[in-house]
Ligand binder design. Structure first.
Ligand code: C5P
Length: 223
């Protein structure tokens, strides 16, 4: 039987993760958080004392990455690396930086390709990342590119950090987001850009539910 795929790509802080999970819940589909795989690889490199620019060693690590995606009683994602819960560890700014560094290596991306495609299981998949519609699932049934201004994305992150009791600087977060955007968009392999035929949504002035509804409507209208 045919297994549909819906891709949601976009820069960090655009709300992709939240949107992907809500759309998947509405449709009863599985979710692939591809950014988590790059974050997990960064964490695995740290554990195994592999340097973040050692491409051959990272390729081997990526091919054998021992990870498990589960959920707790509330349905929140739990991510295990080598049997250990790293759900919080991989969400730090440091882990995000390591992820975007290993993500520029072609052999690493290639080693993670089949693993990402294996998430396509019945009844369907919502895949969230940077190159889901351009590289990993080029024949996806619906491709969405979700953006928001750097200021709006930094502000969301700022609020999240304050809620968690962390200290934060909005100006530093804006700089950080711009730097990450540049790295993701200007890399030669699988750069961040809208896939051909992608539905481009700007969430700067749209609430989460409004974005979810537009994606669901587009998915229902897709051929
Ligand atoms: O989406 P998230 O912020 O978790 O991704 C972390 C980093 O992993 C991104 O900044 C990007 O460099 C990389 N990534 C990627 N391709 C994907 C998903 C994430 O290169 N499909």
């Amino acid at each position: 039987i045919y297994v549909p795929v819906l891709t949601i790509d976009g820069p960090s802080g655009s709300g992709k993760g939240t949107i992907a999970h809500r759309v998947a819940a509405r449709l009863g589909f599985h979710v692939l958080d591809s950014g988590a795989l790059y974050r997990l690889l960064g964490a695995a490199a740290k554990r195994h004392a592999v340097s973040i620019d050692n491409e051959p060693a990272l390729e081997v690590l990526a091919a054998h990455l021992d990870v498990q995606f589960t959920a707790d009683a509330n349905g929140d994602a739990i991510i295990m690396l080598e049997g250990e819960d790293v759900s919080l560890e991989i969400r730090t700014e440091e882990a995000g930086r390591a992820a975007s560094q290993v993500a520029v290596l072609p052999r690493v991306r290639n080693a993670l390709l089949a693993r990402q495609q294996a998430f396509r299981e019945s009844p369907g998949l919502v895949a969230d990342g940077r190159d889901m519609g351009t590289v990993v699932f080029p024949h996806a049934d619906l491709k969405v590119f979700l953006t928001a201004s750097a200021e709006a994305r930094a502000e969301r992150r700022y609020k999240q950090l304050l809620e968690k009791g962390f200290d934060a600087s909005l100006a530093a977060l804006i700089d950080d987001i711009r730097a990450r955007d540049t790295r993701d968009m200007e890399r030669s392999i699988a750069p961040l850009k809208p896939a051909e035929g992608a539905l481009v949504l700007d969430s700067t002035d749209l609430g989460i539910e409004a974005v979810v509804q537009r994606v669901i409507d587009a998915a229902r209208a897709a051929p």
